[in-house]
Design a binder for this molecule. Structure first.
Ligand code: BES
Ligand code: MN
Ligand code: MN
Length: 480
């Protein structure tokens, strides 16, 4: 269905409008990128709250009814309390003869600093060579703005919105979606009661040329391992040689989590991982994915596994443990001869079916305590874990996936691959459990967009064609 002739009149009109208004859509994304809605930093909490309010305004201008739900505040480990950004609920259309789609997205972004190696200001969207660079361009402001763009497209062309739209946008996703699970559960019998389908555009194509639809995510269990050795930082020349150093203990512990071949060393953690089936492996073989260019793009000589299906399986359906950082460690340039008084190691495990986050959490804490006891150290250990997000895997044999497949064909003229993802979106499973309806992940950005990284971008083509996919998707949903 790639040629215009086979497209319905409505879709042709919508697609033409989207092409003609692409500059305006890019301007909207630029306005969103400019707002420093970094949820993980204290000093940008106000900007994150502002981002939600700005977006509410955008929706109100387009005639949506909106509500900001206060979800309270959060306490930081240092005792400070910060207000949480409100959750934005919005609705367009309330026609009982139409299907209702609920869309979820996030308005917060990862931290970004030009000093980390960005070529341009991360908070100024700039187009270079068909790529739109800026923090949030692909994760998740670009995809979220695409939803507004389709509202413009339907309204300006005078084409009746074929379904009712409901939106849930939050500002804490990058920090674990604090408070959102509870809100979704609370809205199960009201705002979410008559929802027929759920769609999330917050992941990426597997490659650069072929679109995909996604039916699985890994979960995430995040740990903070704190070791304290002294009342204050110590001069290593004065005290070194006489004290049990916190950093030494912490490094001993952190080195026992995972080996350099990627094997998780914590007993019991892998017990519940579903075994790989032959049909699953065959399916990985058939997916359009080039693990050589994947390796090259990363910039490494060798990956942990050699074959395509092993790489995909280990990204999507096996757990992995990554060490993220050490707070309190001296990390600046130059040489400082200090013994830090307190250090906090941070690591997380990507969880897969059928691992149980609480069971894994207990296994990890038990293991760290046992290993710490073996060190025979007088220091104080405390392990804290953040509320885990659960893995999600869905059935794709339903009207939601059918409509999305048709939408992709109508824009790109190809059938999408069905993929899973190694990343996590904490509330995905909750939406499915609360509504009992199909959730689909409909990615817009490409595999090399660099979410969370320097020079994050979305290709102009992905943003604009992605907007068309969403316009087509709701059109096809209404035909179910
Ligand atoms: N958009 C990502 C989720 C994602 C990542 C999907 C990679 C597909 C591939 C999302 O914004 C994100 O970064 N999620 C966090 C969640 C964590 C804070 C629980 C993640 O995966 O680290
Ligand atoms: Mn995201
Ligand atoms: Mn993210």
């Amino acid at each position: 269905m790639s040629s215009c002739e086979s497209l319905s009149q409505e879709l042709q009109t919508l697609f033409a409008f989207i092409d003609q208004n692409s500059e305006q859509f890019i301007d909207l994304l630029a306005k969103a990128v400019k707002i420093k809605s970094i949820s993980a930093q204290k000093d940008t909490r106000d900007d994150t709250i502002f981002m939600v309010k700005w977006f509410e305004q955008q929706l109100q201008t387009r005639g949506l009814t909106t509500e900001l739900v206060d979800i309270g505040s959060e306490q930081w480990p240092d005792g400070q309390t910060l207000p949480l950004p409100p959750v934005l609920l919005a609705q367009l259309g309330n026609d009982p003869t139409k299907k209702t789609l609920c869309v979820y997205g996030h308005l917060d972004v990862q931290p970004a600093d030009i000093a980390d190696g960005w070529n341009t200001d991360p908070f100024v969207l700039i187009e270079l060579d068909g790529k739109l660079y800026g923090r949030g361009a692909t994760d998740d402001k670009g995809p979220v703005m695409a939803w507004i763009n389709i509202i413009d497209a339907y309204q300006s062309t005078g084409i009746d919105l074929p379904i009712n739209l409901k939106f849930i946008f939050e500002g804490m996703e990058e920090s674990g979606s604090v408070g959102l699970n509870e809100l979704i559960i609370a809205k199960g019998s009201t705002f979410l009661a008559n929802v027929d389908y759920i769609c999330i555009s917050d992941n990426y194509w597997l490659g650069n040329t072929k679109p995909c639809l996604t039916y699985g995510l890994r979960g995430n269990a995040y740990f903070f391992v704190e070791v304290k050795c002294a009342a204050k930082d110590l001069h290593s020349g004065v005290y070194g040689g006489s004290v049990h150093e916190a950093m030494t203990d912490l490094l001993a512990l952190m080195s026992k989590l995972v080996d350099n071949k990627g094997n998780i060393l914590i007993p019991g953690v892998l017990d519940d991982v579903l075994p790989l089936t032959a049909s699953e492996e065959a399916m990985y073989e058939s997916i359009d994915f080039n693990h050589h260019s994947y390796r090259e793009e990363i910039g490494t000589k060798r990956l942990l596994f050699e074959t395509k299906s092993e790489i995909l399986a280990h990204r999507w359906r096996y757990p992995s443990l990554s060490i993220h950082g050490i707070e309190g460690a001296f990390s600046g340039a130059g040489a400082k001869t200090v013994i830090p008084r307190k250090v906090i190691g941070k690591f997380s495990i990507r969880l897969v079916p059928n691992q149980n986050p609480d069971k894994v959490g207990q296994q990890v804490i038990q293991y760290l305590e046992n290993e710490f006891a073996k060190l025979d150290s007088p220091n104080r250990l405390s392990v804290i874990r953040r509320k885990a997000s659960k893995p999600w895997i869905a059935n794709t044999d339903n009207d939601n996936f059918k409509a999305a497949k048709l939408a992709i064909s109508s824009v790109f003229g190809v059938e999408p691959d069905l993929t899973r993802e190694g990343g996590s979106i904490p509330v995905t499973l909750t939406f499915e459990e609360v509504t009992g309806k199909s959730v689909i992940l409909l990615p817009i950005g490409g595999c090399d967009d660099g979410a969370h990284s320097q020079n994050e971008k979305i290709d102009r083509k992905n943003y604009i064609e992605g907007t068309k996919v969403l316009a087509s998707y709701i059109f096809h949903l209404s035909k179910n």
